[in-house]
Design a protein around this ligand. Structure first.
Ligand SMILES: Nc1ccn([C@H]2C[C@H](O)[C@@H](COP(=O)(O)OP(=O)(O)OP(=O)(O)O)O2)c(=O)n1
Length: 196
């Protein structure tokens, strides 16, 4: 069942669902979701002379990105065709009996700005900021301002609490992330097996 505004608030007041900081609940809380704001850090993909990303080589993926900080009050210009990683300003702590999905806001979608290219699941047990996959599918550059509401989290109650929540007994490679985190797919067991 998807949590309503009332239930989101109740779970936050009870303290097991954490979204922090929420500076203006009246603005951020929606009928069945909570709006999240854009943080100040971005990872831009470098157009280097590396011709191809090999997901199984972790270091190589890291080599592709450059971190930029844009303080609140300034703008990050997202150019047509660009793909950058951003972060939510808020960090979340998802209890074991909830799953959250990240969605872009319709108002930004109407400007051709997509907030998550593929990944939208925030697992039960996940703690940290959320990495946003920002792209501009339109034809005009769009100015994004850190602090603006760009995405929303929808919380769904599980049929029972997860036995193995994110961060427990598994390779939870994004647990506790702060700021945008580049892909760490190279540490997946199927890639590391057989390595010297
Ligand atoms: N847009 C998103 C989506 C998810 N996450 C965080 C919360 C998730 O709990 C965690 C892992 O997400 P996925 O399970 O989609 O990613 P992977 O399967 O690649 O990672 P893992 O192997 O760690 O499960 O990353 C995030 O920061 N930004």
């Amino acid at each position: 069942m998807i949590l309503s505004d009332r239930d989101i608030l109740r779970r936050m007041e009870e303290g097991d669902l954490v979204v922090d900081p929420v500076d203006d609940l009246n603005t951020q809380l929606q009928p069945a979701s909570l709006d999240l704001r854009l943080g100040e850090e971005f990872l831009e993909f470098q157009r280097t002379n590396i011709s191809c990303i090999h997901p199984n080589r972790e270091q190589e993926v890291g080599d592709y990105v450059r971190e930029t900080t844009v303080p609140e009050g300034e703008e990050f210009i997202l150019h047509p065709g660009d793909f950058v990683l951003g972060t939510t300003k808020e960090r979340v702590d998802i209890p074991d009996d909830l799953i959250a999905t990240v969605q872009g806001r319709s108002s930004l979608g109407r400007l051709a700005v997509v907030i998550h290219a593929t990944a939208g699941i925030v697992d039960p047990g996940y703690r940290g900021q959320i990495t946003l996959e920002l792209s501009n599918l339109g034809t005009a550059p769009v100015a994004l301002s850190p602090g603006m509401r760009v995405s929303q989290l929808i919380f769904t109650e599980l049929s029972s609490a997860a036995d193995r929540p994110y961060g427990v007994e598994r390779d939870s490679k994004y647990q506790g992330q702060s700021g945008p985190q580049a892909s760490r797919i190279g540490v997946d067991p199927e890639f590391s097996e057989g390595e010297e």
